[in-house]
Ligand binder design. Structure first.
Ligand code: F55
Length: 808
């Protein structure tokens, strides 16, 4: 462990001078925000000192560098995490206290950068943490959006989106590196020219923008390794301010050039299921790929010269989903056009360097770009893609009887479109899914033709989570208890959580587990009161579903359950219900009407139930607005039931399932995504599994024997009643009824099997909550879940990537 400060006194001295030099004021006159900024600046500069050491070590030892290309990094707040990782949290807290500052209060000033939509972006951030902990020279390469994912406000039950101005007070962790800026060319046309007696291609008449990097330190636990995340911002190449327009009073025209360039990095696209056909999105993808690669190759060149065949030995480039799929053709372009390599040699280097993770099987989420758009924006890259495609076709094995079908399924160019998933697979030496069932589905279904051709490329890497952030930092009450029981080793090695098994029959310990959970519920209840004005009772069960809103994630099934319990309780006051608070949180893509209506339904049901004194002793519904990393860290620790209820076969992995399990929640879920690994690790008796399995879903779909109207007619008292309540007055008081949801489910014949799984789901919930009254047994299950969750640390996931994909 590196020593960051010799003593508390040294910290105080350095900190005071940091505050004063940054603010230009005497310490007593500074505001909390001055104090926060100065604290971050101090920690960042200490981190950079370790970063320099890391960098020297990597150079000296010739360690392989891993570049994780992702268009999203949902990093969350960093200060608390870095204090923990540097081993100075207590020292800093005490030092600040001596100066009359409260660390927890200062931490509230940190922006929570929303540079991602959900699981995919958060996974990238967890991987940065784990790479640094594992001593991997691992670097993030992404986008610095001026506005992150929209802020969600709830107005009359409905989601409203406002801009996330996370940079308005500055971001003290980042360092702008104009010296490392890269010029990126769009449009233009390709011409041939002769260089050293060889015909080459170059693109002329391009419209250029400048990609300017900002570096954010990534501090690994143990303080031995500090890596960096580099995010790119788009700017005009030169200041072209139209003074004439300005003098005319046309200020917009005067600055148009700047605005056009900056638009590229202005927003994060808020759609987590594909963003098709938008030119600006394509520009984003090329910008961070091209600029990132340029910086990767600069580093390589400075260390190893231009011996490009050594590239795969010293560099791994990982592409997080298809958004960085242009890495393949762009690397080819640089190697051929700029470095003068022949195609075959460049191709060998490219495919040995690049690897790809798939995160979804949803067909609408597989990226495709119209050839027309693509070739106009990136003419040379498109030529290279055509050549990749031509060679793929020419080399295709035509001996199998179904080769034509196979070629059609694997073609990069098809139907006037560039298929990015095919491009990603073809340019990579490794293709992985994110949970066992997901990889199996990729092999059997989504990418089956590639699997038949190159089975050796395919492998599984079940996702993981940053356990230090989501357990140690988010849940200090529980973490303290765990450390008292098994020591601090689990922070370094999450497998040590298994030692908690020894305490599963210790009544006093189990009671403390329950008490920590209760404290966390009180903490969340206070947050809910502050944010929504709603009283929720920490003595009720906290049943939690937090994730992006999607039909397949079936928040609708959950709220149907709530409606059903409410209805039955009203019909029969003797119907026993374990007192429960149903907690939801998450955003819907702004253009996804069904998901937004589901949010409005939840809030409308909440409005009725929470104001009905007949049921308030036993149920409340709570929608927590604006789900993000910072409030997620309050929610996971308080959860007792983890709702993981996607239609089987649809959720690639899920990661909230792991975060909730680790914090001692019991999974109420389908056999989908990483729920399957959860069950395998903790035992089926410690979770509650219900519903159709993936093969059953397939079978039912294929049979055509699934009829929404039969289910509606067959159960008028419960399911039928719920469907009717979507369109009658029952829940319409807040902002109207829910015709479109009824329409979607009945006319689309229950496409996500919400009605089909309804009864087994409610039954499973009733059984699970009935067992809550035996607190000791419940706490034992909770502890067992935590004890079984160590495998889900992203440290483990990253070691698998390192050993089996990157060879780093
Ligand atoms: C974002 C942008 C686009 Cl264009 C497409 C997808 C996304 C996105 O956010 N996807 C996403 O989060 N996928 C999720 O990835 C997680 C990490 O692997 C999985 O756990 C989860 O199952 C999957 O849905």
């Amino acid at each position: 462990m590196n020593t960051v400060f010799e003593s508390k006194e040294e910290f105080i001295e350095l900190y005071e001078s940091s505050v004063m030099s940054l603010s230009g004021k005497p310490f007593e006159d500074t505001s909390d925000i001055d104090r926060f900024n100065a604290l971050v600046k101090l920690i960042a500069s200490k981190s950079r000192a370790i970063q320099t050491e890391t960098e020297e070590r990597v150079k000296e030892t010739g360690q392989k560098r891993v570049y994780y290309f992702s268009i999203e990094f949902l990093i969350g707040r960093l200060l608390d995490n870095y204090l923990l990782n540097l081993g100075i949290r207590d020292l800093v807290k005490d030092g600040l206290a001596e100066l009359g500052c409260d660390l927890d209060a200062l931490e509230e000033y940190e922006p929570d950068p929303a540079l991602g939509n959900g699981g995919l972006g958060r996974l990238a951030a967890c991987f940065l943490d784990s790479m640094a902990h594992e001593g991997i020279a691992g670097y993030g390469n992404g986008m610095r959006y001026r506005y992150g994912l929209f802020k969600q406000e709830i107005v009359n039950g409905a989601q409203h989106e406002t801009t996330d101005e996370w940079l308005s007070h500055g971001y003290p962790w980042e360092v702008r590196r104009p010296d490392k800026a890269v010029r990126i060319g769009f449009g233009g046309h390709v011409e041939q020219y002769e260089r050293d007696g060889r015909m080459c291609f170059r693109t002329v008449d391009t419209e250029d923008v400048l990609a300017v990097p900002y570096d954010i330190p990534v501090v690994g636990y143990g303080a031995e390794t500090v890596n960096k995340l580099r995010v790119w911002s788009a700017e005009p190449v030169e200041e072209v301010f139209d003074l004439e327009a300005f003098n005319r009073g046309d200020y917009a025209a005067a600055d148009r050039h700047r605005a056009e360039a900056e638009a590229i990095s202005a927003i994060l696209y808020p759609n987590d299921a594909g963003e098709h056909g938008r030119l600006l999105r394509l520009k984003q993808e090329y910008l961070f790929v091209s600029a990132g690669l340029s910086s990767v190759l600069d580093t390589f060149r400075s260390e190893h010269g231009s011996d490009w065949k050594l590239l795969p030995q010293y560099v791994a480039i990982h592409t997080n989903d298809t958004h960085p799929a242009m890495c393949g053709p762009e690397l080819m372009r640089v190697l051929i056009d700029e470095e003068g390599l022949e195609w075959d040699e460049a191709w060998d280097i490219t495919t040995k360097t690049i690897s790809y993770t798939n995160h979804t099987i949803l067909p609408e989420a597989l990226e495709k770009w119209p050839i027309d758009t693509f070739s106009k924006l990136l003419p040379r890259l498109y030529m290279i893609i055509e050549e990749i495609s031509r060679r793929w076709r020419d080399d295709f094995d035509r001996s199998a009887p179904d080769w034509q079908d196979r070629l059609r399924q694997t073609a990069v160019l098809w139907d006037g479109q560039v298929r990015m998933a095919c491009l990603s697979v073809i340019c990579s030496h490794s293709v992985n899914g994110v949970a066992k069932i997901h990889t199996d589905i990729l092999k059997r279904d989504t990418l089956k033709d590639f699997y038949v051709l190159t089975p050796e490329k395919f492998n599984n890497k079940t996702n993981g989570i940053a356990h230090r952030r989501f357990l140690a930092e988010a849940n200090p009450a529980y973490a303290k208890l765990i450390t008292e029981a098994i020591g601090t080793g689990w922070l370094d090695n999450a497998d040590e959580l298994a030692k908690l098994v020894e305490f599963e029959n210790d009544p006093a310990f189990l009671e403390q587990v329950g008490r920590a959970k209760h404290d966390n519920k009180v903490r969340l209840a206070n947050y809910v009161k502050r944010e929504c004005g709603l009283d929720i009772d920490p003595n009720t069960i906290f049943d939690v579903q937090v994730k992006r809103f999607h039909a397949y994630k079936r928040q609708l099934l959950n709220i149907f359950k709530v409606m059903d319990i409410y209805n039955r309780r009203l019909t029969d006051p003797n119907f026993r219900v374990a007192p429960t608070t149903f907690i939801f949180s998450g955003k819907a893509a702004s253009s996804y009407a069904f998901a937004k209506e589901t949010i409005r339904l939840i809030n409308s049901v909440a409005d009725v139930i929470n104001n009905d004194s007949r049921v308030n002793g036993v149920m409340k519904v709570c929608f927590i607005p604006n789900f993000r990393v910072s409030n997620a860290q309050l929610i996971y620790p308080s959860a007792e039931i983890s709702e993981q209820i996607s239609t089987a076969g649809m959720e690639a992995s899920g990661t909230s399932n792991m975060k909730l399990m680790m914090n001692g929640a019991i999974t109420l879920g389908t056999m989908d995504g990483a729920n399957i690994e959860i069950v395998n690790l903790a035992g089926r008796e410690n979770e509650k599994i219900f519903g159709l399995t993936a093969p059953e879903v397939d079978e039912l779909r294929a049979s055509g024997m699934h009829f929404a109207w039969d289910m509606y007619n067959g159960d008028p008292d419960r399911l039928g009643r719920i469907i009717d309540e979507l369109t009658d007055d029952t829940f319409a008081g807040l902002s109207g009824s829910f015709e479109s949801i009824r329409h979607e489910i009945m006319l689309n014949n229950d496409a996500d099997f919400v009605m089909k799984d309804f009864h087994t789901y409610v039954e499973a919930w009733e059984e699970l909550t009935a067992s809550y009254s035996d607190h000791a047994a419940w706490n034992k299950m909770a502890l067992h879940n935590t004890a079984s969750s160590g495998w889900f640390s992203s440290d483990r996931t990253i070691r698998e990537y390192r050993d089996e994909i990157w060879g780093a």
